[in-house]
Write a protein that binds this ligand. Structure first.
Ligand SMILES: [Zn+2]
Length: 219
């Protein structure tokens, strides 16, 4: 059955896959991106281009004001983005405190206003080690909460919650998606750096799928 759904869409490969999945399931999709003062807006530009192409209504909401309250992340502050494997301790500097709870709350508010029944959210198991707010126990409780927080229940739907990034890419390749329309790198330069945790994780996913990443890298 066609439903109205909100998709939290960052412009990265996971949420790009989730966005396309919701569309291929035949839903009436509203994409939502957040500008929380990321060090670069390249992801958001890519997100806007994709939505325009797919003819999906898209909002980019500036929530950078929250940085007055929460900070200390290398993704928003002037701290070096760590290089190395994404499951390493150093990656904890990429945590934006309470980020996903804030983003999901806003997305659910948008869903209620639109009379949408679900918020699609691209959490996956590769993030469980470092980001507590990507873990199943968090998503489950947020889902429970969002079903009772308003007169209209909203479901938090994370289709890849127990899958890896590698599985997500496998699914996206099956769907025939073009990943040159995604941006993953934590640095916002012309080409992806190939060194940051996000690039490494992405490259690993392509390698394990036996597919060449269509993005250009500095390496
Ligand atoms: Zn990178």
């Amino acid at each position: 059955m066609t439903q109205k759904v909100v998709v939290i869409y960052s412009g990265g490969m996971d949420s790009f896959t989730v966005l396309n999945k919701a569309l291929q399931e035949g839903h009436d999709v509203y994409a939502l991106s957040f500008d929380y003062g990321q060090r670069h807006v390249k992801e958001l530009k890519v997100a806007a281009q994709v939505c325009e192409k797919l003819n999906v209504p898209h909002k980019i909401v500036d929530i950078s004001a929250i940085n007055q309250l929460i900070g200390g992340s290398s993704l928003t502050d002037d701290i070096d983005v760590p290089e190395g494997h994404y499951e390493e301790e150093s990656m904890k500097s990429t945590i934006v405190p309470n980020r996903n709870m804030i983003l999901l709350s806003l997305a659910v508010g948008y869903a209620v206003s639109l009379k949408a029944s679900q918020v699609y959210y691209g959490a996956h198991s590769g993030d469980h080690a470092i980001y507590p707010d990507c873990r199943p126990e968090f998503v489950k409780k947020m889902d429970d909460l969002c079903r009772i927080a308003n007169y209209d229940a909203v479901e938090i739907f994370s289709p890849y919650l127990n899958n890896t990034k590698i599985d997500i890419l496998t699914d996206g390749i099956k769907m025939g998606l073009d990943y040159s329309q995604t941006w993953t790198c934590y640095n916002g330069r012309e080409k992806a750096c190939g060194k940051c945790g996000a690039c490494q994780e992405r490259l690993e996913a392509f390698k394990l799928n036996d597919v060449t990443d269509p993005l250009e890298y500095e390496l």
